[in-house]
Design a protein around this ligand. Structure first.
Ligand code: PMP
Length: 284
């Protein structure tokens, strides 16, 4: 029976319930993190905790515990569920309030932690590459909702994900209001052209992905040039390789975009190299 950490206590899954008056549910008012466990070790733990507190600060929400206490709670939940390799969902909701928007009427933010096994994309996607489509749904304007905030409000991404699913694709590429690539619905986007690796800057509307940062670091350490620059649909269409990065996806090659074949239609050499480097780094 899995145990969920909920506001200071480990409870059974069926008892892990929050109020219908929680603003996390009423308005998507809250923040979260998705974190991996590899070989019993919590991957990039500090970076995830830091991002969670920054997301909370950006939306004027106080996490009702210190970073050290929260980290301890995450570790305890992983242990209680005996997760050696898995996924952690760490969520802070605005808490219980009334039916109005005012977040300051919510007395205390609620924290819950789920540690479970993970379902990656099907193995076939990693071997043969994934099909993606360009979403018509434009990524939230960065001045409306800073893309760095990993908020509970994912409707923008969900609408684009529906477009991907309707098209029989694994992911959708989201563009910003200017037509530049922002990110995929749950992953960051990279392009390889002439041996150089490109990725959109965060300002284009992407989450500052932790996998993205690790992959940039690993690529640079291996001598690759990595350039953050605005990318268009054209750049995706003519690139040698396209790959996505994310906590759940890790590094995954893209082989078609809007039906157009990327490179030679197989996950590219640099994509495969970085996938392997990422695997080794995560399991070291
Ligand atoms: N963009 C979005 C919208 C995401 O939800 C995520 C996380 N699933 C990412 C990018 C990748 O970020 P990370 O590598 O930190 O998981």
């Amino acid at each position: 029976m899995s145990k969920i950490w909920l506001d200071g206590k480990l409870v059974d899954r069926q008892d892990a319930k929050i109020s219908v008056f929680d603003h996390g549910l009423l308005y998507g008012d809250g923040v979260f993190e998705g974190i991996r466990v590899y070989n019993g070790k919590i991957f990039e733990f500090e970076a995830h905790i830091r991002r969670l507190y920054e997301s909370a600060k950006a939306i004027r929400m106080e996490v009702p515990m210190t970073a050290a206490e929260l980290s301890e709670a995450v570790t305890e939940t992983v242990k209680a569920n005996n997760i050696k390799s898995g996924y952690i969902r760490l969520v802070v909701t605005r808490g219980v309030g009334d039916l109005g928007l005012n977040p300051f009427l919510c007395k205390r933010a609620s924290v819950f932690i789920i540690a479970d096994h993970i379902k990656l994309y099907p193995e076939e996607y990693y071997e043969k590459g994934m099909k993606v489509v360009s979403a018509l749904t434009v990524r939230n304007h960065p001045l409306s909702l800073p893309p760095q905030v990993k908020s509970l409000n994912y409707l923008n991404n969900i609408l684009a994900k529906i477009e991907a699913l309707d098209a029989g694709a694994g992911e959708a590429i989201m563009y910003n209001h200017e037509g530049f690539v922002a990110e995929a619905t749950g992953d960051n986007v990279f392009v390889v052209r002439g041996g150089v690796i490109f990725t959109p800057p965060v300002q284009a509307g992407s989450l500052e992905g932790i996998t993205r940062a690790v992959v940039i670091h690993l690529a640079k350490a291996d001598g690759f040039e990595v350039v953050e620059k605005n990318l268009t649909r054209f750049d995706l269409y003519v690139s040698d390789e396209v790959f996505l990065t994310g906590t759940a996806a890790e590094v995954i090659g893209v082989v078609t975009i809007d039906g157009r074949i990327v490179g030679d239609g197989k996950p590219g050499t640099i994509t495969r190299l970085l996938r392997k480097k990422f695997y080794d780094y995560a399991h070291s």
